[in-house]
Write a protein that binds this ligand. Structure first.
Ligand code: BEZ
Ligand code: FE
Length: 282
């Protein structure tokens, strides 16, 4: 996120950082012309039906056109799409999985975080240490329950103020990000902090879209994880916290009952929770 004079990161900054990151990936897909034509026909048909059903007017059409331009110029397409569309694409992928449930990746994943051993602490600042500590542990296994030693658990999450490193310039590059290698039994134990609910940046066109319909911009507190192992399907998911605010009304519609953690607070003030991942075969 770009920082204003008051010091708070802005949507324009986080949106364009997410766009720059995505553009560098230069993605491709082997979609055939026939499949593309069928999807395009149904997508446009669905939009035409909405226009007819709601009697959309010319002023509304022109405002829509202007807003589309604003989203592009503000670099907010990755943000907007990951909030409002990605969960449906993930639901398609989920149909072919038996192992751990997936969830959306969102725009703030960065590859190549520092590699950490199975028992580790995520990189964090002194300020982060003053918030609630969380020890997140568990095991990565195959569908038969065999532990997968050397599996990779990529973990990233927002800090107590809801900011992600590399999308908020006041944070160190790899703050609260790590690539953890499981031990020989597939186990890991990671010390981090309890993330806070995250607010979709409200000062750009995505925020304007939400505000114009009296919506709210909140996602519940969550951990992002990608778990991978050679010859297994990797899983991209998110873990939430029972009783957390916005779980029932996540703006990105990305929560699932199977992905809710129940941390226990110890006498030492540390929250501890265990979660096991099961990877599908390729
Ligand atoms: C996320 O951090 O999980 C997220 C942020 C923006 C859009 C979608 C997801
Ligand atoms: Fe997130």
């Amino acid at each position: 996120m770009t920082t204003t004079e008051a010091g708070s990161p802005t949507a324009a900054g986080s949106g364009s950082a997410a766009t720059d990151k995505f553009k560098n990936e230069r993605v491709t897909s082997d979609t055939s012309p026939e499949r593309l034509a069928a999807i395009a026909k149904d997508a446009l048909g669905a939009l035409h039906k909405v226009i007819l059903d709601h009697g959309v007017t010319y002023p509304e059409y022109r405002v829509f056109k202007q807003w589309l331009i604003d989203v592009g110029e503000g670099g907010e397409w990755p943000l907007f799409l990951d909030v409002f569309i990605e969960h449906a694409v993930e639901a398609v992928l989920a149909q072919s999985r038996q192992g751990t449930k997936g969830s959306i990746e969102g725009p703030y994943y960065i590859a190549d975080a520092p590699t950490l051993s199975a028992e580790c602490e995520l990189p964090m600042r002194d300020e982060d240490r003053r918030t609630t500590p969380l020890i997140f542990s568990g095991q990565v296994s195959d569908l038969a329950g065999n532990g997968l030693g050397g599996a990779i658990v990529e973990l990233w999450h927002a800090d107590d103020d809801g900011y992600y490193s590399q999308f908020a310039p006041h944070l160190p590059e790899w703050n609260l990000r790590g690539k953890i290698v499981t031990d020989r039994d597939g186990r890991y134990s990671i010390k981090t902090i309890q993330p806070a609910p995250y607010q979709i940046p409200t000062d750009g066109p995505t925020g304007a879209f939400i505000e114009a319909q009296n919506g709210h911009p909140w996602r519940p507190a969550h951990l992002h994880v990608i778990v991978s192992y050679p010859d297994k399907r990797s899983v991209t998911t998110q873990l939430y916290f029972r009783g957390g605010e916005w779980i029932e009304s996540d703006v990105a519609m990305a929560t699932k009952p199977e992905l809710i953690l129940d941390p226990v607070t110890g006498d030492d003030g540390i929250n501890r929770v265990s979660y096991d991942f099961a990877l599908d075969p390729v």
